[in-house]
Design a protein around this ligand. Structure first.
Ligand SMILES: Nc1ncnc2c1ncn2[C@@H]1O[C@H](COP(=O)(O)OP(=O)(O)OP(=O)(O)O)[C@@H](O)[C@H]1O
Ligand SMILES: [Mg+2]
Length: 309
């Protein structure tokens, strides 16, 4: 390939919409996925993340716009797309009456995967996800962490090029979450491309090289985690318990600082710790905390601190 030619995108969305009646669940979205990207999609409940993922794995049809996966329009040839995708849906969809092993075998059959290498691969995947000992256990008797690891193993059975993980670690304990992170990073080294949705900002920062933040169906920002923090928040945040009188005082003194209130707490965003230091000194007697800014600050700043539903 000519050096000047940009690499071909594995997934490309332009002006993508999904409507359910009057509700615009995905609203004029564009993004692209390059080989070996690890992309994160963040957003409050109902932002449209799952709907977007479902369009990519051909479970929901776009209402308008263009969505190409592996160069193929999702409306043109879903079968060929699905063959190259691995999917971990938001809800585990295992057969509760079957064993771990039989769930994998049924899935393989469903995908038309045959041959002696299939049981071999299933064994490798169960070992990889530390589930081999559980191969004969019925799904009903597995813990939440085991079920999730099995769904991940199952998503890898067809040797996919791209794996979609819709909240892979929600509700799991820290040990399982760390095991899953380690495994995903190993798989990434082997060349798999990942799309992940999550509500855990630490997970997004740890795994993803690029993040998209969605709100009410729209993409509201995009970038590398540290770039987003620098662009939207600055390097440091001062959290301070402050009533409106103190807030007025701070605003009069430092009109340059961006701020956000959540209940009693005021969040002041500063480009550097030095820029916030005078306030730290001045309000030392109050309940306050100066800390490094994170993706969570970006998320809450851009999507607000009110509960969605
Ligand atoms: N099949 C459907 N029929 C009608 N509305 C739907 C359907 N699926 C999703 N929605 C609506 O579309 C919007 C986006 O939902 P979606 O599940 O994509 O959000 P999400 O970002 O994945 O949220 P969460 O973080 O809670 O998983 C919501 O308002 C939801 O109620
Ligand atoms: Mg969802």
């Amino acid at each position: 390939m000519d050096d000047a030619t940009p690499p071909k995108a594995l997934i490309e969305a332009r002006g993508l919409f999904k409507c359910y009646g009057d509700l615009v669940a995905v609203n004029d979205v564009q993004f692209h996925v390059q080989p070996q990207d690890f992309l994160g999609f963040l957003g409050p409940n109902g932002a449209g993340k799952t709907t977007l993922m479902k369009m990519i794995y051909c479970l929901a049809e776009p209402t308008a716009g263009s969505l190409r996966v592996f160069g193929t329009d999702v409306l043109a040839d879903a079968r060929s797309i699905k063959r190259r995708l691995g999917v971990v849906p938001q809800e585990n969809n295992l057969d509760p009456d079957l064993s771990v092993w039989n769930n994998l075998m049924i899935y393989a059959r469903y995908f038309g995967l045959r041959g002696p290498e299939i049981p071999e691969r299933a064994r490798e995947l169960l070992e990889f996800m530390e589930l081999w000992e559980k191969r004969d256990t019925v799904i009903m008797h597995l813990s939440g962490g085991m079920k999730r690891r099995l769904v991940i193993a199952r998503a890898l059975l067809n040797e996919p090029d791209v794996v979609i993980l819709d909240e892979p670690t929600t509700g799991l304990d820290p040990q399982v979450r760390h095991l899953i992170w380690d495994r995903l990073l190993e798989l990434r080294e082997k060349g798999i491309t990942f799309l992940l949705t999550t509500h855990y900002m630490e997970e997004a920062e740890k795994l993803c090289d690029r993040l998209y933040i969605m709100d009410r169906g729209r993409m509201i920002t995009e970038g590398r985690p540290f770039e987003l923090v620098r662009r939207h928040v600055g390097e440091f945040v001062l959290e301070i318990v402050a009533d409106s009188r103190v807030e007025d005082e701070i605003v009069a003194d430092r009109p340059d600082l961006e701020r956000q209130r959540s209940g009693q707490r005021l969040y002041l965003y500063g480009a550097s710790s030095e820029s916030l230091a005078p306030l730290v000194a001045r309000y030392a007697d109050r309940d306050s905390r100066l800390r490094a800014a994170s993706v969570e600050d970006v998320f809450l700043k851009l999507t607000g601190r009110e509960i969605r539903e």
